[in-house]
Design a protein. Structure first.
Length: 120
């Protein structure tokens, strides 16, 4: 797979997960947790696409390394990914409640970041 094809694949997956997050959030309970999880992966995949586009390596499956590399794209992106990841862990591993209002804020805030990163 060429670099351009890899960038396109990461970008496509990011936008698909972004759309799914929005649709799940519209359902509300019990889909709030799935929406937050999909939002994290959408932003993560958008970062991977942009890193590849800029000629930077995407460090495998290690999310922490991707977060660190993300800060070279936009200062503070590391903390955005880390924050959203903590919410994803609550969603995926039942380690905490996620109120609907917080889920809506997360999806709204990180939709903008994802769209910025996936813009060609």
């Amino acid at each position: 797979m060429s670099k351009a094809e890899m960038v396109a694949a990461w970008r496509k997956r990011a936008l698909e997960n972004l759309e799914v997050a929005g649709r799940l959030l519209a359902i509300a309970r019990p889909a709030v947790y799935a929406a937050v999880s999909r939002m994290y992966y959408s932003l993560f995949q958008a970062v991977c696409a942009r890193l590849l586009e800029k000629g930077l390596a995407v460090p495998g499956q290690n999310h922490g390394e991707v977060w660190q590399a993300a800060d070279t794209l936009q200062p503070g992106l590391f903390f955005d990914l880390q924050d959203l990841h903590s919410w994803r862990r609550k969603a995926d591993y039942a380690t905490g409640e996620i109120p609907l209002a917080i889920a809506r804020d997360l999806v709204a805030n990180y939709t903008t970041r994802t769209r910025e990163l996936t813009a060609s």
